[in-house]
Design a protein around this ligand. Structure first.
Ligand SMILES: [Zn+2]
Length: 300
């Protein structure tokens, strides 16, 4: 499953490729699972909109769309769409106290386990398990492919994810997130309401680097422990981003090329192998249904 660094890498790759391009039309497949918003709403939100930018929010890829539609000679069907769009009351959202506040629109992609976003030329054969094809004014297509269908496509206005962004949260706030929590620190790190986008790999790796056992209750950690964890988490995420995300899963970058180097995991997935620091065998335990890897000697 792509974690925060992979999603960051994909969002950056997409940003450099599609920012400024205009969405001309949207085709959505018939499988219901990938569509978190109704198909008609996705199409109506995306069509004729310019992509203002692409960013990562937690593990979501957010394509920000310009508010004003791009004018072009509309076909009768599109005219119909457009008049339908304006009758849904979007224009009234800015009415009242803040008339200058225009509603914003976003296309949100969650890759799930096996989701991929490909930017390609239209003549490239459409892969099996393609659930969306977005035609761009540049002539290229943005395609969403997802064999296992845990990925999700949706549209929103003023998209807001829960939890704090692990690379932006201030140290004091980070410490306060875990204060008084009786759950294991590993579970707290994975709790998306506290921090968004931290998954199993980077939780295990940051706990190893900060010398904290995954089963320790969050409330039992001192301020110093949590500050060490804060630094370790940021360090491990930044390292992985600079390497382009670890490629543990079946996924490729925005061009469809396998282009990722793998961050050297120190404990994750290394059960029974020697700890890189002390050579003790790495242990694996299951906490809240998730595998956790740690060194019984280095982590207390
Ligand atoms: Zn060790």
């Amino acid at each position: 499953m792509p974690e925060l660094p992979e999603v960051e890498t994909i969002a950056r790759g997409l940003a450099s490729r599609v920012t400024g391009d205009v969405i001309e039309s949207v085709w959505l497949g018939s499988k219901p699972e990938p569509l978190k918003s109704p198909a008609a709403e996705i199409a109506a939100t995306l069509e004729s909109r310019r992509i203002a930018g692409v960013r990562r929010v937690g593990k979501h890829i957010v394509l920000d769309l310009e508010t004003d539609r791009v004018a072009r000679a509309p076909s009768p069907a599109q005219r119909l769409n457009r008049s339908r769009g304006s009758s849904t009351g979007k224009k009234s959202a800015g009415g009242g106290a803040r008339p200058t506040q225009k509603p914003t629109a976003q296309w949100i992609v969650h890759l799930g386990m096996t989701g991929r976003l490909l930017v390609c030329q239209p003549e490239v054969e459409i892969a099996k398990h393609t659930h969306a094809v977005v035609k761009l004014a540049s002539g290229r297509e943005l395609r969403f492919v997802d064999p296992r269908r845990f990925g999700r496509l949706s549209v929103a206005h003023d998209f807001e994810a829960s939890g704090s962004e692990p690379l932006e949260v201030q140290p004091d706030h980070f410490v306060s997130l875990f204060r008084g929590r009786k759950t294991p620190i590993k579970s707290a790190l994975l709790n998306q309401k506290l921090l968004r986008g931290v998954g199993n790999i980077y939780a295990d790796e940051s706990l190893f680097r900060s010398g904290i056992r995954p089963r320790r209750r969050a409330a039992s950690l001192t301020r110093e422990d949590l500050q060490r964890l804060y630094r370790a988490l940021q360090e491990v995420l930044r390292e992985a981003i600079s390497l382009g995300g670890s490629s543990v899963s079946d996924y490729v970058d925005a061009d469809g090329e396998e282009g990722f180097f793998q961050l050297q995991h120190r404990v994750y997935g290394r059960e029974g192998e020697p700890c890189p620091v002390c050579k003790t065998a790495i242990k694996r335990v299951v906490i809240a249904g998730r595998s956790s890897h740690y060194c019984p000697k280095c982590q207390k």
